[in-house]
Design a binder for this molecule. Structure first.
Ligand code: ZN
Length: 176
C-alpha cells in the first residue's frame, strides 16, 4: 500500500529509497494476520514495514533494516566490520552482556551454543539495533549503557556510520 502522508512508515520508506532498496508498506490487518512479531523486517535484501509504526521511534526503523540488508547482500566492508565487533565490546562490563542477551533473545539464539552463522546474525542484530538509535539520534537512556559496553563507543559508532554512508554511496553509484 501507499503509506499515509507524514506517517512514520512513509519517512522510513523514503530513507530506504535513498539506498535503492525495494521496500513495502503492509496494512496492519495483513501484518497481524501474518503474525509478524516485529514492526519491520528485512528479507533477501528487501524491507517490509507495518503501516502504523510507533511515532516514538520515528527514524530508527529504516536504518535498522538497512543494516540487515548490508548483511543479507554480503556487503564486504560490513561483513569485515561484523567480525571485529567482538573485539570492540568490553566483555568485563555487565552492560556488554546485557546487549548480547537482548540481541540473542531477539534472534532466538543460544549465546552459549552459537554456530558461525548465528554469531554473524547476533552481531548484525546488535549493529542494527544500535545504528537505528545512533543514526536517528535517539539513544534515549541507552547512551550510558552503551558507553560502558564498548571500549570506545565513539569509534564504533563512527565506523558504523561511515560504512552505512559508503553503502549508500555505492548503491547510488550503481543504481542511481
Ligand atoms: Zn533487527
Amino acid at each position: 500500500m501507499t503509506p499515509i502522508d507524514g506517517s512514520v512508515a512513509q519517512e522510513e520508506q523514503q530513507t530506504v529509497q535513498e539506498f535503492y532498496i525495494p521496500s513495502y508498506v503492509i496494512q496492519d490487518e495483513i501484518w497481524e494476520k501474518e503474525n509478524y512479531r516485529e514492526p519491520a523486517f528485512a528479507s533477501h535484501g528487501q524491507i517490509y514495514f507495518r503501516a502504523s509504526l510507533p511515532e516514538e521511534y520515528r527514524g530508527t526503523f529504516g536504518k535498522h533494516e538497512i543494516v540487515h540488508v548490508m548483511c543479507q547482500l554480503r556487503y564486504q566492508l560490513y561483513l569485515d566490520f561484523i567480525e571485529r565487533v567482538p573485539e570492540m565490546l568490553n566483555f568485563t562490563a555487565k552492560e556488554a552482556g546485557r546487549i548480547m542477551e537482548g540481541a540473542a533473545e531477539h534472534c532466538g539464539i543460544d549465546l552459549f551454543n552459537m554456530s558461525e552463522d548465528e554469531t554473524i546474525r547476533l552481531y548484525d542484530e546488535i549493529n542494527a539495533i544500535l545504528w537505528g538509535h545512533i543514526g536517528s539520534g535517539k539513544l534515549f537512556g541507552l547512551e550510558e549503557q552503551v558507553r560502558r559496553a564498548f571500549f570506545d563507543f565513539d569509534a564504533y559508532a563512527a565506523e558504523l556510520r561511515s560504512i552505512y554512508e559508503k553503502f549508500k554511496h555505492d548503491r547510488q553509484a550503481q543504481f542511481g
